[in-house]
Design a binder for this molecule. Sequence first.
Ligand code: PEP
Ligand code: MN
Length: 346
Amino acid sequence: MVIVMHSGASREQLDHVVQRVKHLGLKTHITTGKGKSIIGVIGDTTEIDTGTFMPLPGVERVERVSSPYKLASREPNGKLLRSNTVVSVGNVPIGGNDIIIIAGPCAIEGEAQIATIAHAVRGAGANILRGGAFKPRTGPYNFQGLGLSGLEMLQTTGRSVGMPTITEVMSPQQVGLVVQYVDILQIGARNMQNFDLLKEVGKSGKPVMLKRGMAATIDEWLLAAEYILSEGNSKVMLCERGIRTFDDQYSRNVLDVMAVPIVKTLSHLPVLVDPSHGTGRKELVLPGAIAAIVAGADGVMIEVHHDPESARCDSQQALLPEEFKKLMCQLTKVAEAIGRNVCKSY
Ligand code: PEP
Ligand code: MN
């Protein structure tokens, strides 16, 4: 942390700030140039609020130098840059050179539905099967998911087609149940800052995919990841899924593609992109997925439904199996063009 003094700050004001810093058990290093002094605060400042020093006379501003997300950060204090973390789920390495594809329906609606879609996406080369059993719907009268029976169907189908599975967990109380049925826990956008939930999935030790909240800054997103990591769970991946801006006329959200290279620079964690929720329109899913891969994403998550007209949620953004197959061909070429491959997990 550094404390920058106003150019007109007096010697007494500087000494007073130094005394306050020392009172907190920390050391100081003062640099003075062009009439301005900067106090470097030395020691563990993790629990010290930058606001503590702001009211002191003569203080212009206070800045943190080290990252507040120590475990998620690519640049730990005074050490070498951390290399990319690879989270392995079954035979699918997420965060390495291969790009991984998660696909499946928005929600599990029945045995035949999930089985049909699972066979289709597996046949097209998807690596991980998605499907919601507990759905975070905007209204309480909308389909809320099949709950436990949905989890059972996802597990059975995943095993029969030989694909690892991912589903959303919505509350700390659900974690103990959901971990028994799937390989990856998904934290949805609406729960990105449900800190009790983050701690609980952290304690579970299961791989977790943390979606970005629809109004979350990148720092808030990484601090949410820090909650999971600080419970001792290192298997965390991030997923950009679009943010809310001022124009919702042509797309459901604005896919923040540049968040990918930004987060890849700030953090060692794998970064995925969900262009289905990120755009909310099936015709935008392919351009969104291509942009994500080109921007450096480690994978994409795509919603697929064999009969979107009868889908119980997000029908407007679901790709048909044949459209998904075309997307896979396109993404394979795009990945090759940038020196990566789409993961072949079979
Ligand atoms: C989902 O992936 O099923 C979902 C609800 O996404 P999000 O949390 O990004 O809205
Ligand atoms: Mn959905």
